[in-house]
Design a protein around this ligand. Structure first.
Ligand code: PEP
Ligand code: MN
Length: 293
């Protein structure tokens, strides 16, 4: 078996055709989400609550992340929770709130789809659909995303190798959708001081192997609020094309992932630091037109 991750069957000498590989397409793919391009020199910031909880929670958080310079709003309406007794999301009501907040803030929306039966409905509201870590190897869902007209944010499975991650993206590409963003969000290891182990080496490895843009989720990648800024800065330093981060106007009261959510003030401070790190590596944080008014 191949052990060198830069020489495996996605990019290596095997006969498996690979649309995801940089060998097939040397130029970077730019994914456009309602005019916000990911994969260019400008780094894209996606921020918002883990879950849409209420109109007030969503609007307050969305206004604060827009004011701090976020380019895209995140928010789950269908939540993949470990416990069936935890808040499962607002469903279509949550999607309607996302639609309303998009109209007010001008921010494009990314939200998760968990089931093939929800694809049409979620895609009709979302500007980009998210396939979560737990569904990275849900092949019917990947195929459905491949037939969808919206860009796809594909998160790395918590137990997936980089090879398996790229082959999941290959399913989407193979079904006709080349608008895919890869997201490193941490993997399971023996370490318990963090929720997951954020594999930052995945960023340069993925970018070497594939033409698709790569972003990092330091919120799920660490599971610890105070660690998010350090790992977000590190992600920019190692070449991430964007970040996705959880922000809640009152993290202590969050119905989902509050312990890893930044407050608006913490997010604002981090944005200022990220600009400096981006400059140090010859890049910039994207300034959205929506943030200017
Ligand atoms: C999320 O982004 O809300 C989420 C559930 O993340 P993951 O799929 O990476 O656990
Ligand atoms: Mn979350």
């Amino acid at each position: 078996m191949e052990t060198n991750p830069c020489n495996n069957h996605v990019n290596g000498g095997s006969s498996i055709p690979s649309k995801v590989s940089r060998k097939t397409k040397p130029d970077d793919t730019i994914v456009s989400i309602k005019g916000v391009g990911i994969g260019r020199s400008e780094i894209v910031i996606i921020a918002g609550p883990c879950a849409v909880e209420s109109r007030d929670q969503l609007f307050r958080t969305a206004r604060s992340v827009r004011a701090a310079g976020a380019n895209i709003l995140r928010g789950g309406a269908f939540k993949p929770r470990s416990s069936p007794y935890s808040f499962q999301g607002m469903g279509e009501e949550g999607l309607k709130l996302l639609d309303q907040v998009r109209k007010e803030t001008g921010l494009p929306i990314v939200t998760e789809v968990m089931d093939t039966r929800q694809m049409e409905m979620v895609a009709s509201y979302a500007d980009m659909i998210q396939i979560g870590s737990r569904n990275m190897q849900n092949y019917p869902l990947l195929k459905e995303a491949g037939m969808c007209s919206k860009p796809v944010l594909l998160k790395r499975g918590m137990m997936a190798t980089i090879d398996e991650f790229l082959l999941a993206a290959e399913y989407i590409l193979n079904h006709g959708n080349d608008q895919i963003i890869l997201c490193e969000r941490g993997i399971r290891t023996f370490e318990t001081s963090t929720r997951n182990t954020l594999d930052l080496s995945a960023v340069p490895v993925l970018k070497r192997m594939s033409h698709l843009p790569v972003i990092v989720d330091p919120s799920h990648g660490t599971g610890v609020r105070w660690l998010v800024p350090s790992m977000a800065k590190a992600a920019v330093a190692v070449g991430a094309d964007g970040l996705i981060m959880e922000v809640h106007f009152n993290p202590e009261e969050a119905l989902c992932d509050g312990y890893q959510s930044l407050s608006p003030d913490e997010f604002d401070l981090l944005m200022a630091d990220l600009k400096k790190i981006a400059q140090a590596v010859g890049r910039e944080i994207l300034v959205s037109k929506a943030a200017a008014f």
